[in-house]
Design a protein around this ligand. Structure first.
Ligand SMILES: CC(C)(COP(=O)(O)OP(=O)(O)OC[C@H]1O[C@@H](n2cnc3c(N)ncnc32)[C@H](O)[C@@H]1OP(=O)(O)O)[C@@H](O)C(=O)NCCC(=O)NCCS
Length: 184
């Protein structure tokens, strides 16, 4: 992946959320509130974490990619409570930014994924070198499809047998969703 075309800030604020770079202290809440929850990881390529050490390993990955500026994982903090409730990550590849998100089950349905996604999409599109912001989603993951649509992305097509989510263990179809910068 290429770096340095997208100068991501270490934190971003929305009406109800703070997106901020993770710290090692996040491992415990991250593990306890979502990383070990099979309902949360059902459509993810990674399996539920079995120990907090595994979550520490993910945080080391976060440090590495932030340093390399190839990807920008932010923790999602609920501003009202200060609680870490999820994560969202933007991955840079040339003129493209791909993103993905995860939230603890107890905060689903509050519009947080949409709010965080809109912020990351706007940030990515504000970078002159970025022309395309995209995400993929399991064709049957209705909640995440809605998030992408509400964040302004448009369905492009189906990629059949594209990924293997941990909750299924077999290749499944995905929708590719994107928003592209119109020529000026
Ligand atoms: C997918 C996920 C991020 C959605 O987060 P969220 O904050 O609850 O999403 P929002 O509240 O912003 O929007 C959810 C939308 O999906 C809809 N929705 C939720 N559950 C649904 C379901 N079972 N069927 C249909 N629609 C559903 C909501 O009604 C809402 O749409 P609306 O505003 O048009 O009513 C969250 O469920 C999650 O973290 N899941 C586990 C990780 C994951 O799968 N990540 C995405 C991988 S692509």
């Amino acid at each position: 992946m290429s770096a340095n075309v997208f100068a991501a800030p270490v934190s971003l604020q929305t009406a109800r959320l703070l997106l901020r770079r993770n710290t090692p202290d996040d491992a415990k809440p991250m593990f306890e509130t979502w990383a070990q929850d099979p309902e949360v990881t059902r459509f993810m390529t990674w399996a539920p974490h079995r120990s907090v050490e595994e979550t520490h390993g993910y945080l080391e990955y976060c440090t590495t990619v932030w340093r390399a500026r190839t990807a920008f994982p932010w923790g999602i903090v609920e501003r009202e409570t200060g609680a870490l409730v999820g994560g969202i990550e933007a991955r840079v590849d040339g003129h493209r930014v791909e993103f993905g998100y995860v939230l603890a089950r107890r905060v689903w349905g509050r519009g947080y994924a949409t709010e965080a996604s809109r912020a990351v999409v706007a940030l990515a599109l504000s970078a002159p070198a970025i022309q395309r912001v995209w995400a993929y989603v399991d064709c049957e993951h209705t909640a995440s499809v809605r998030v992408l649509e509400k964040a302004g992305l448009v369905r492009e097509g189906c990629l059949r047998k594209w990924y293997v989510p941990s909750g299924f263990g077999v290749p499944r179809d995905i929708w590719s969703y994107a928003i592209v910068k119109e020529p000026s």
